[in-house]
Design a binder for this molecule. Structure first.
Ligand code: GLN
Length: 554
């Protein structure tokens, strides 16, 4: 591949965070990919953590895990879902990674006695990483989302790297500013001043945006577009309207309404705009899901987890990958998923609350860590098992299902995970010896089983039927495993281990036979990371299928 022709699109946030830069980056990727270009997407997170693994989910939501095991930001999940591609660790850059490698190189005399400084060394390391990701992906275009907002101190070095790249390759770099236009209630008018100021600030760093994507509650009118164009030195047709919409998956289609795909190609010098080849599948998906969302058939799923609040607000992107996976599979059956976030602690405090679970069509317990809310989750699992309510457990949700079964069916009253009670008599969930060693050395960053691993499925099981094949690959993020010493007892007691690691040692999926329960299935891995809009995950689909069976037509 001729690297000389490689193109770069930088997406920089103006005004404030949370206006959908990640979705914009994904959607731009989607429409360019549909024109036959090979795209790679890079997320830059300006924090000093090397990856998202050691960060509390209250900070940035749940971590997303790539197939190679990197723990990263949820935006990477959006990229994978919108483009139906698997990303790798090269596609994620944090300040922590950049500084770590520069400092390590300095310690190893890699700079041959030079004074090592942010400019040029940190900046050049950023450029090197961006190019390495493009090379590894062999892509035509890199879309790089710079985290944070213009004016943050943390992302200055990344904007500087983008500026320098543009100086070196002026015809190959495009800057898109993602902005926000508020409509203050009392004024009732859409205001463009914050966008003007954000662009001015970006200009002061030596960067002029080529395109401005203007997010707002409503579509931008001509007047507003013209105002932004004249004050920000951008052509009117390069001001793209990004109104609030029901589904994020409609964003690529909305961008196309403003001709964004062709504008980008023109600005990148691709000449005659390529035909939009296969946005067709995507359009089918969004129009189908749009109809379902407007319709009346619904499936009610309770997600029993740990919910965090930030001040007076609940973190909205907790379990985001699970929520998306449930949506894709629900659309397969023409039902609108109504997802109910239930705090597991409430079931611990109030036993009567369990009865309220009967109104849901299915229950899902996602991954988690530590002892908070665990007793409540165990009660919910017991209730779902005894009342034959479809139950889908993911990671911690599987470990707790094993504990519940051990306690209440197999009579091991003290059964537990050593994560909660290291001295328990029956540690049915335990840490594996090599992980134990790392934990002792306080090496928390490296103590998890992370990324994609192969598993074998057992003939005749729900899992085997759902996947339709014998060997699967799924992504992991956990320290503990089903204790091999208890597998015999659990199996003879009625649990079916329908998925095991290829060496046969680690239990990957556990289920109850259909004659005992309509759907009681849990996975040690996180299937949600591989669910895609155009390719829903088979286990989520199997779960929803059973949930839908019980619902009555409206
Ligand atoms: N806390 C459990 C473990 O570390 C489960 C992790 C998870 O649910 N992701 O094994």
């Amino acid at each position: 591949m001729n690297r000389k022709n490689h193109k770069y699109i930088f997406i920089i946030g103006g005004v404030m965070s949370g206006v959908g830069k990640g979705i914009a980056a994904s959607s731009i990727g989607n429409i360019l990919q549909a024109r036959g270009f090979s795209i790679n997407l890079i997320k830059i997170d300006p924090y000093l953590n090397v990856d998202a693994g050691t960060m509390n989910p209250t900070e940035h939501g749940e971590a997303f895990v790539l197939k190679d095991g990197l723990e990263c930001d949820q935006d990477m999940g959006n990229y994978e879902r919108f483009l139906d591609i698997d990303l790798t660790k090269e596609d994620y850059i944090t300040s922590g990674m950049v500084y770590k490698s520069v400092i390590e190189r300095e310690r190893n005399l890699g700079y041959k006695g030079k004074c090592v400084e942010a400019i040029p060394h940190i900046r050049d390391e950023i450029i090197y990483r961006i190019n390495k990701a493009a090379e590894r992906n062999g892509s035509d275009i890199s879309i790089i989302e710079i985290g944070g907002t213009i004016g943050d101190y943390q992302n200055i070095m990344f904007i500087e790297a983008a500026r320098v790249l543009n100086v070196k390759k002026p015809n190959d770099v495009l800057f898109i500013m993602m902005s926000y236009l508020p409509i203050p209630k009392k004024l009732g008018e859409m205001k463009s001043k914050p966008t003007q100021n954000a662009v001015r600030l970006l200009n002061s760093y030596g960067v002029q945006p080529d395109i401005i994507i203007a997010r707002s509650e409503r579509l931008l009118d001509k007047k507003r577009k013209e105002k932004i164009a004249i004050s920000c030195s951008v052509r009117t047709e390069y001001v793209i309207s990004a109104p609030d919409i029901e589904s994020i998956y409609d964003v690529p289609i909305n961008f196309e309404k403003d001709n964004l795909g062709n504008i980008i190609l023109k600005l990148l010098g691709y000449g005659k705009a390529r035909k939009n080849t296969n946005l067709k599948k995507w359009r089918n998906f969004t129009s189908k899901s749009g109809k379902i969302l407007a319709g009346k058939r619904e499936v009610n799923i309770a997600i029993v987890g740990k919910y965090f609040d930030t001040g007076d607000f609940i973190l909205s992107d907790a379990y985001i990958s699970i929520i998306e996976a449930l949506k894709f599979s629900s659309y397969e059956f023409g039902v609108k998923p109504l997802l109910h976030r239930l705090d597991s602690k409430e079931f611990d405090i109030n036993k009567n609350k369990l009865k309220s679970l009967s109104k849901y069509d299915g229950i899902l317990i996602p991954g988690g860590f530590g002892k908070d809310g665990v007793e409540g989750k165990l009660k919910v699992i017991q209730w779902a098992r005894e009342n034959k309510k479809p139950y889908f457990g993911i990671c911690y949700g599987m470990q707790l299902a094993i504990i519940e079964y051990s306690r209440n069916v197999l009579g091991m009253k003290d059964a537990n995970t050593s994560e909660i009670n290291p001295k328990t008599k029956d540690a049915v969930i335990d840490i594996m010896p090599d992980q134990k060693k790392k934990l002792k050395e306080n090496n928390y960053g490296g103590t998890m089983r992370l990324g994609s691993y192969e598993a074998r499925l057992k003939e005749g099981t729900i899992a085997r039927k759902a996947y339709g094949k014998n060997i699967i690959k799924e992504r992991h993020r956990h320290r503990y495993e089903v204790n091999p010493e208890y597998i015999e007892k659990l199996s003879s007691g009625g649990m079916v281990f329908s998925g095991v690691s290829s060496d046969g040692k680690l239990m990957e999926i556990v289920e109850l036979p259909p004659n005992k329960h309509p759907f009681f299935l849990s996975t040690q891995f996180h299937p949600e990371f591989q669910a895609r809009p155009l390719c829903p995950h088979p286990l989520f689909t199997a779960f929803i299928k059973v949930c839908v069976k019980t619902i009555k037509s409206p």
